[in-house]
Design a protein around this ligand. Structure first.
Ligand code: ADP
Length: 447
């Protein structure tokens, strides 16, 4: 096992990785920007190294500074967390070339799945159904129009290198396609450094269902069931639950078996997620995330498996200590993403936290790097806390969620807690009767 791990991230996820390392007797190195000098992950790590000024491109994305920090501190492995460099194949390769272990998948698999057109092609080869769409990237308007006619309007224009729900455009007819194609290509170039786009049929009322998997790199795959992440705003997940309230056992078995077989065939290593849209009893692959995900804790709560610990064990070459048949998924879990945002306008709300009282009690978990007096910096993602609740049944879980939200006090800044409180008593949510478009409509209703 590793002796010392450098955590190339910040915030709650850096803390999450630190916690797994600590419980395994592994020493940790935190890296941080000057804006994060007082961050929780920096305080708790065995060692810390300042790697640059606040902008992420000069610090958390500064590969040379991160590698130097690893060399100076004598770390033997690097965990990228999520976001920043976690899905950067060149970073993973560079880490390994410098003699450190990369706690994640092989650079080849990150690269393959990082291009969504290539990922969809790979999925089809592996026998996974995909959303009907253009056969590959669309080169020009004529090719896009021909594809759209074959797929049927409305179509979604997506960036091959896309991520974070950004830059997608719906075209309802040919004139809209002609207008939006260049806009989407320009946005893709400025967001992702690659203007390549492709088309997909725009499904009108799908759910987003994803499968959490772990691979040992030798063809051994364990799945931890599905997560329903349909509650989204601007294609960003806000609340996730497992199991999906509407999937039946046969559908669940079909999907998990399909996903596990595909990753076994790839010889996938580490944690990964296959994302699907589900509509009218059919599943369509949309993408694979080759990293730990924000919503991983709900799968941990129902399976009792620490996913970060598994990532560390796999990277160190340890075999799974259990089989799929040993994995028991028990009860129900829900995660609320608490962002430093105005709950009505969704504008960021950085600043000083003047009061901090997280909820507790049976079945309540809070993954957060907040503390009383903490200054939420304006430079990074607005996610400041994840409230995760677990119950024997979905109903118990919902009751627990309501009381935990009621207890949670974060003073001084705006957060999405009031929105989660509204959501937790909404009839459609209670009934599990929602698709990926529902939340958008819900947030625009008067409270
Ligand atoms: P990203 O990598 O940017 O997150 P995804 O491909 O994972 O992009 O899609 C993000 C979200 O956008 C999905 O969860 C879903 O809500 C929506 N979406 C993606 N593809 C489609 C589609 N073909 N039809 C309708 N909605 C879609």
């Amino acid at each position: 096992m590793f002796d010392k791990v450098l955590i190339a991230n910040r915030g709650e996820i850096a803390l999450r990785v630190h916690r797994a390392c600590r419980e395994m007797g592994i020493k940790t190195v935190a890296v941080h920007s000057t804006a994060d000098a007082n961050a929780m992950h920096v305080r708790l790590a065995d060692e810390s190294v300042c790697i640059g000024p606040p902008p992420a491109r000069d610090s958390y994305l500064n590969v040379a500074a991160i590698l130097s920090a690893a060399a100076i501190t004598g770390a033997d492995a690097i965990h990228p967390g999520l976001g920043f460099l976690a899905e950067n194949a060149d970073f993973a390769a560079t880490v390994e070339e410098h003699g450190f272990s990369f706690i994640g998948p092989s650079p080849e698999h990150i690269r393959l799945m990082g291009n969504k057109v290539a990922a969809k092609e790979a999925a089809r080869r592996l026998g996974i159904p995909t959303v009907p769409g253009s056969p590959g990237a669309v080169r020009d308007l004529a090719a896009a129009e021909a594809s759209a006619r074959a797929i049927g309007y409305p179509v979604l224009i997506k960036a091959s290198a896309g991520g974070g729900g950004r830059g997608m455009k719906v075209a309802r007819n040919a004139p809209e396609l002609a207008r939006l194609l260049p806009v989407a290509q320009n946005e893709a170039t400025s967001f992702f450094g690659c203007g390549e786009v492709y088309l997909e049929r725009h499904l009108d009322r799908p759910r987003h269902i994803e499968i959490q998997l772990l691979g040992d790199g030798l063809g051994g795959i364990i799945h931890l069931g599905e997560r329903d992440c349909s509650l989204q705003r601007s294609h960003q997940k806000l609340l996730e639950e497992t199991p999906c309230p509407v999937l039946n056992c046969a559908e669940r078995e079909r999907l998990t078996a399909l996903a596990a077989a595909a990753l076994a065939e790839l010889g996938y290593r580490s944690a990964g997620t296959l994302e699907f849209l589900y509509q009218d009893g059919e599943f369509f692959f949309i993408e694979m995330n080759t990293r730990l995900q924000v919503e991983h804790p709900i799968s941990e709560m129902v399976s009792g498996i620490d996913i970060v610990r598994e990532q560390l064990r796999i990277a160190a070459g340890a075999p799974f200590g259990y089989r799929q048949s040993d994995v028991n998924l028990c009860g129900h879990a829900i995660e609320c993403r608490i962002n430093a945002e105005n709950p009505d306008t969704f504008l960021p709300s950085p600043g000083r936290v003047t009061d901090y009282h997280p909820p507790g009690g049976l079945g309540v978990r809070v993954d957060s790097a907040l503390y009383d007096g903490y200054e939420v910096p304006p430079y990074y993602d607005s996610l400041i806390s994840k409230l995760i609740v677990h119950g024997k049944s979905r109903n118990e879980c919902l009751m627990r969620l309501r009381r935990a939200l009621e207890e949670y006090v974060i003073g001084g800044i705006d957060t999405t807690i009031p929105l989660h409180q509204r959501l937790a008593v909404a009839t459609e949510f209670i009934d599990g009767d929602y698709d990926i478009h529902w939340l958008e409509d819900f947030v625009s209703r008067p409270p």
